[in-house]
Design a protein around this ligand. Structure first.
Ligand code: ZN
Length: 433
C-alpha cells in the first residue's frame, strides 16, 4: 500500500470532515478549494432558478447557528457541536414551543440510540432538528416549554460543481462522478470525494487512451444540472464510474451497470479476482446515486460503483456514527487501488481492425517472430507470443475489443495491449474505437 497516499488522505480527511456541505453553499466552495490543492479542479456555478430538465436549481442555503433551549435556558441541542443537528435546508425560526409541537420537528433513531440521524428537506419548506434517541429521552420531557432557534437564510445564489477534464489520445470519454453534498459524514461521501481527487491527480500524470471527464457534483440536482448543461458531451460518453462510500471497514463490492453484460462489470470482477478479494455484487436498480441520472433513457451510460461498505448497506449510514472512527485512510487507499487497476484495464480496452483482413499476414515479412526464442510467460495461458499475435490479428475485425480477445484466449488485457501497440506500429492494425 502507498504509505504517502494514506498519509495524505488522512490529512485531508481531518480538514474536510468538519465542513458543513449541502447541495449549495459556501461549505461546498470551501471543499472544492481545498481539493484544488490536490488536483486542478475547474469550479462552475449555476444560478438559483435555472431550469434543468424536470427540476429547478434551488435557493442557496446559509446556516449560521441553531439550538434548542429548555425552560432553564440551557442549550440541549446545539448546532455548533454537530452540523447534523439541524435538518439541511431548514428555514429560519425563533419561537417558544410546546413539547408536543416540538416533537413533530425532531428526528431520532430508536434502533441506533447514540446516533444523530442526517436529514434534509431541500424541496419542501420546513425546519427541524436531529438528535440521538438517548438525548431525546434524557433531555426532553412532556411538560416543558422550549425555545427553538435556527439562524438560516435561503437566498438566490448558485450551485457549485467541480470538473476535471483529462484529454487522452482518443476523443471517446469515460465519466467519473462523485458527490460532495453531505455535511460531516465520512464514508458517505467524504471518502469518495477524496478518492476521486487523488485518482484525478494520478491520472493527470498518466498517458491515457480514453479521455476522462471527472465531476464533483451535489448528488441528484448536481448530476441533473451537469447532464443538462453538457447534454451533447454526456450523450457521447462511453461508460462511467460513480465513486461512493469507499472507506468503510466492511467488504468491497460493486453495483452493476444497467446492462450487466457490459464489459465494465466483468472487468471490475477481474480486478477483485486479481487482488484475491471477496466481494459483494449489487445488481442495478434505478435508485442509489447519480448512475440513475447518467443511465436514464436519453444518456444510457453504463456506470458501475465500487464501494467499501456501500451506502444503504451499513448500519451507520446517514448518521453521526459515519464519522472518522468508522472509516480509515487505509480503507480508502485499498479501494483506490481497485479503481486504479480498473482504470488501467479499461483504458487498454481498445478495438482494432486488421489492415490486412484478406487471409493471414506473413508474419516473417513484418519481422514478427520474436527473437527471444518465444519464451512463455506465466500469465500467457501457455500461448507463445506468435500465438497471441495470430489471435489478435484474427479477431481484430472492428467488432472484438482487446477485452473480448482477452476473455477468449485467457490472457490479460495488459499483455494484449502491449502486443497490439507493436502491431499498430508495424501498420498491421488500426484503431477502430
Ligand atoms: Zn447519502
Amino acid at each position: 500500500m502507498d504509505k504517502e497516499l494514506v498519509k495524505n488522505i488522512d490529512v485531508y480527511m481531518s480538514r474536510l470532515f468538519p465542513i458543513h456541505r449541502s447541495i449549495t453553499g459556501d461549505g461546498n466552495r470551501e471543499t472544492l478549494n481545498i481539493l484544488r490543492e490536490i488536483v486542478d479542479i475547474k469550479v462552475k456555478e449555476y444560478p438559483t432558478g435555472k431550469k434543468v430538465y424536470d427540476w429547478v436549481i434551488p435557493r442557496e442555503w446559509i446556516i449560521r447557528d441553531a439550538w434548542i433551549k429548555n425552560s432553564k435556558g440551557e442549550k440541549i441541542v446545539d448546532y455548533s457541536k454537530s452540523n447534523l443537528h439541524v435538518v439541511s435546508y431548514s428555514e429560519p425560526v425563533h419561537k417558544k414551543i410546546s413539547f408536543v409541537e416540538l416533537k413533530q420537528k425532531l428526528c431520532y433513531l430508536e434502533n441506533l440510540p447514540d446516533a444523530i440521524p442526517y436529514r434534509t428537506s431541500y424541496y419542501h419548506s420546513n425546519w427541524g432538528f436531529c438528535l440521538s434517541f438517548n438525548d431525546y429521552k434524557s433531555l426532553l420531557n412532556e411538560n416543558e416549554e422550549y425555545e427553538v432557534f435556527i439562524d438560516s437564510e435561503l437566498k438566490d445564489g448558485s450551485m457549485t460543481i467541480g470538473e476535471v477534464l483529462i484529454p487522452g489520445e482518443m476523443k471517446k470519454e469515460v465519466l467519473i462522478s462523485t458527490y460532495f453534498c453531505h455535511p460531516s459524514l465520512a464514508n458517505d461521501n467524504l471518502s469518495g470525494v477524496l478518492l476521486t481527487a487523488f485518482l484525478a491527480k494520478a491520472m493527470k500524470e498518466m498517458k491515457l487512451n480514453y479521455s476522462y471527464r471527472i465531476v464533483f457534483v451535489p448528488e441528484t440536482i448536481g448530476a441533473i444540472t451537469y447532464c443538462s448543461v453538457n447534454e451533447d458531451e454526456m450523450k457521447a460518453v462511453d461508460f462511467g464510474l460513480v465513486v461512493a462510500t469507499v472507506g468503510g471497514p466492511g467488504k468491497l463490492g460493486y453495483k452493476q451497470s444497467f446492462d450487466s453484460s457490459h464489459f465494465l462489470n466483468n472487468i471490475v470482477e477481474d480486478v477483485f479476482d486479481e487482488l484475491g478479494e471477496e466481494y459483494k455484487v449489487y445488481p442495478f436498480t434505478p435508485d442509489g446515486s447519480d448512475e440513475r441520472q447518467y443511465s436514464s433513457p436519453a444518456f444510457r451510460i453504463n456506470v458501475v460503483t465500487i464501494s467499501k461498505d456501500k451506502y444503504y448497506d451499513y448500519n451507520y449510514y446517514h448518521t453521526s456514527l459515519d464519522d472518522l472512527n468508522f472509516i480509515s485512510a487505509e480503507n480508502i487507499a485499498k479501494t483506490y487501488e481497485c479503481y486504479m487497476m480498473l482504470i488501467n484495464k479499461i483504458d487498454k480496452n481498445l478495438t482494432y481492425k486488421n489492415i490486412h483482413p484478406y487471409c493471414e499476414v506473413m508474419l516473417s515479412k513484418h519481422n514478427l517472430y520474436p527473437k527471444t526464442g518465444g519464451a512463455l510467460l506465466p500469465d500467457m495461458n501457455n500461448l507463445s507470443e506468435v500465438d497471441i499475435i495470430s489471435w489478435i490479428l484474427f479477431l481484430s475485425d472492428g467488432d472484438h475489443s482487446l477485452y473480448d480477445i482477452s476473455k477468449r484466449i485467457k490472457v490479460p488485457i495488459e499483455r494484449l495491449n502491449e502486443i497490439a501497440i507493436i502491431l499498430e506500429e508495424k501498420n498491421l492494425l488500426i484503431r477502430s474505437n
